[in-house]
Write a protein that binds this ligand. Structure first.
Ligand SMILES: [Zn+2]
Ligand SMILES: [Zn+2]
Length: 279
């Protein structure tokens, strides 16, 4: 089965807010992994504005259109929707989505922190209205709390949102959870937290797909440094791919989140594609 790599060329030339120009050398740095027989590079259309108006105010959408990175966001959301459809239908086994300007800090009427429209909410909505899929898990391992995603899904018990940030929270439905990572931990500590706090929850919840908002801002030397090394992100994906295989037929979709270190992006993402594509 195929691994989809969603990269839109606009991300190469248009720096993202906060993350900067970290994708300037993409997709070139993926050259070797893109040669693997079961890896497919996909460019997509931007998301339709009408769909986004279901999730955000018109003011938010209109103001994003005037900003230099506005197109990044619309293409990134389009990628998330297409990838989730292809993974659910079985056309792809799993996917990596290169994302800029959309993501976890975008709530219905307020967005900040480099992400100005939401990407998982329109993907979940599209799947629910066009397929039988209902239950999804969203894992957030960016350094910062996924406030926009939490707001989008707060009344949705069929979406398990587990956010690794710096607070401790669990609602009465046990589907909205925050796990405190602290500010200084080893790769092994974090992986143990994933094994303890995410994997059992997801296995119990039995989603049809796992979305993973993967920020690498938690890496040493980046703006959300909590002590992790670049190799952590590769081990994290290895662990979650295995979890998805056990929980939901391997349906696993990674969306790139925060992190501005270009060298880290260039180191981890080719290796992550290789892991996704390895049987
Ligand atoms: Zn972040
Ligand atoms: Zn959180």
């Amino acid at each position: 089965m195929l691994t989809g790599v969603f990269f839109n060329r606009i991300l190469k030339t248009n720096p993202g807010p906060i993350i900067g120009a970290k994708f300037a050398n993409f997709p070139d740095v993926l050259e070797n992994v893109l040669k693997l027989p079961n890896v497919k590079l996909i460019e997509n259309e931007p998301v339709q504005e009408e769909l986004m108006l279901r999730f955000h105010t018109k003011e938010m959408i209109d103001s994003l259109k005037t900003r230099p990175y506005g197109k990044n966001a619309f293409y990134s959301v389009g990628a998330c929707i297409l990838a989730s459809k292809m993974v659910y239908s079985g056309e792809l086994k799993n996917a990596l989505i290169f994302n800029s300007a959309s993501g976890h800090h975008a709530g219905p009427s307020y967005a900040w922190g480099g992400t100005y429209i939401n990407c998982v909410a329109p993907a979940v909505y599209t799947l629910r209205t066009t397929t039988k899929a209902r239950r999804f898990s969203l894992l957030d391992t960016d350094c910062h709390h996924g406030d926009g995603d939490r707001e989008m899904f707060k009344d949705d018990p069929e979406l398990l949102h587990v956010c690794f940030c710096n607070s401790e929270y669990e609602d009465h439905t046990q589907t909205k959870v925050c796990i405190r990572t602290g500010w200084n931990l080893t790769d092994r500590d974090y992986l143990n937290l994933i094994r303890l706090e995410f994997i059992p929850r997801v296995k119990k919840f039995r989603p049809e797909m796992i979305f993973h908002f993967l920020g690498h801002d938690t890496c040493q030397g980046d703006y959300g440094d909590i002590g992790l090394t670049p190799d952590f992100f590769i081990e994290l994906v290895r662990e979650l791919k295995r979890c998805a295989e056990e929980a939901c037929y391997g349906r696993y979709l990674i969306i790139t989140g925060g992190g501005s270190r270009r060298d880290v992006a260039e180191y981890i993402f080719p290796r992550i594609v290789e892991i996704l594509a390895t049987q």
